[in-house]
Ligand binder design. Structure first.
Ligand SMILES: Cc1ncc(COP(=O)(O)O)c(C=O)c1O
Length: 398
């Protein structure tokens, strides 16, 4: 007997970023030195005071189930953080702590989208949104943004994508994969359109602490009175505190939605790891110097990577304002031979770059933006330098 996979799960694509990382690891296992710019996680270790808090939590016996939606202390700390930094009033009953921001996004979509609903996704967009939306039976409406608009959704493009079935807009700010950041005015224009059309907005703010050039991040619900009622904000500790493996993220939503998501989570997964929750609490309540240090290091690397791309004739990228990615245009480098191999697409280009020069990036088509590639600068300066030396050689046919 063979077990048939359900129709809905058959349609799920594997994560292209993880697939590229796996390919890089495969080469590494064969003894090759790989310069890996495909990963979406800080290369720093989790700060010591956060690890210590987890050890203390274990010793203190916090090793049992917690409330399914998260420990009250962590929910309160999340509310205090958004109040202190953005002036937003959330009650702990509006917060659900989950197994990473990806789980929070899944919960948010699953709790709000019905089969047949449409959700607007500005592209280039992070790999998981469309797949998670499809899992709910809903339809992702991919809206292409333009490099000359720094890959930001314009009010015109947003309006044009709305149909009677549209229920949701997904805004990733700062963006993975493009590193673009919306200004307060830009968010306000989008918010007004959402209100006019009675849409809700899922604001993925996972990279909000990693913004550069002294920019002030604007949290989406702050731009218009009443917006909290039609927003679900997603955030977490993975990127800010170099805690990707601990799997703690959260969402903040109107109380009725948060309550239902808590029920959903209590049936699906129960609580996220108790020790990780205590670690996340220490992250939010402890010294924030570690965040400033990591951010400053990322900014240095961002400057370096932008300068290397600018120095390659025919290559371009809008300046990364946040997160740790640069999304660069490789259209001028397609339709050519590289070491006797014909390269037609962005996927071919990234695969040949990996094969021939041992530099791992991710093809733009994985983010619904063919003709581009994403490089992560969550890698040491040494790695970045060698990787870009090799990219330069590769495009020069050397
Ligand atoms: C835009 C975006 N949202 C959410 C996530 C998921 O974060 P977490 O590791 O907390 O699940 C990622 C991770 O790559 C991301 O890039």
């Amino acid at each position: 007997m063979s077990i048939e996979v359900s129709k809905i799960v058959q349609g799920v694509e594997p994560s292209a970023t993880l697939a590229m990382s796996a390919k890089a690891k495969e080469l590494k296992a064969q003894g090759e030195t790989v310069y890996n710019l495909s990963v979406g996680e800080p290369d720093f270790d989790t700060p010591k005071h956060i690890c210590d808090a987890a050890i203390e939590a274990m010793r203190a016996g916090h090793t049992r189930y917690t409330v399914a939606s998260g420990i009250p202390e962590l929910k309160a700390a999340v509310c205090a953080d958004y109040k202190n930094r953005f002036g937003l009033d959330y009650k702990p009953t509006q917060v659900v702590i989950s197994n990473g921001a990806k789980h929070s996004l899944h919960n948010a979509f699953f709790a709000t989208l019905n089969p047949g609903d449409e959700a607007i996704l500005p592209a280039p967009c992070w790999v998981s949104y469309a797949e998670l939306i499809k899992l709910c039976g809903a339809k992702p409406t991919i809206v292409q943004t333009r490099e000359e608009d720094s890959f930001k959704l314009t009010p015109e493009a947003f309006r044009a994508a709305i149909t009677p079935k549209t229920r949701m807009l997904l805004l990733c700010n700062p963006s993975n994969p493009t590193g673009s950041c919306y200004t307060c005015d830009e968010l306000l224009e989008l918010a007004k359109i959402a209100v006019e059309n009675d849409l809700f907005v899922v604001a993925d703010e996972i990279y909000e602490r990693l913004v550069y050039d002294g920019a002030q991040f604007t949290s989406f619900p702050t731009v218009l009175d009443g917006l909290q009622e039609r927003s679900i904000v997603v955030n977490g500790v993975s990127k800010t505190y170099a805690m990707t493996g601990w799997r703690i993220g959260w969402l903040m939503a109107p109380e009725n939605v948060a309550k239902k998501i808590s029920s959903l989570q209590s049936q699906e997964t129960s609580n996220p790891c108790s020790l990780s929750q205590y670690a996340a609490l220490a992250a939010l309540q402890g010294d924030q110097a570690c965040v400033a240090e990591m951010r400053a290091e990322f900014e240095k690397r961002r400057d370096y990577v932008m300068s290397r791309i600018a120095a390659i004739p025919g290559m371009s990228a809008p300046k990364t304002g946040g997160a740790f990615y640069v999304f660069f245009n490789i259209r001028n480098f397609l339709g050519k031979d590289y070491g006797g191999v014909r390269v037609e697409t962005d996927k071919d280009w990234c695969l040949e770059l990996l094969q021939q020069k041992k530099v791992a990036t991710v093809m733009g088509s994985a983010f619904s933006a063919p003709g581009y590639a994403r490089a992560s600068f969550a890698a040491s300066m040494e790695t970045l330098k060698t990787a870009f030396d090799r990219i330069e050689e590769f495009v020069a046919g050397k």
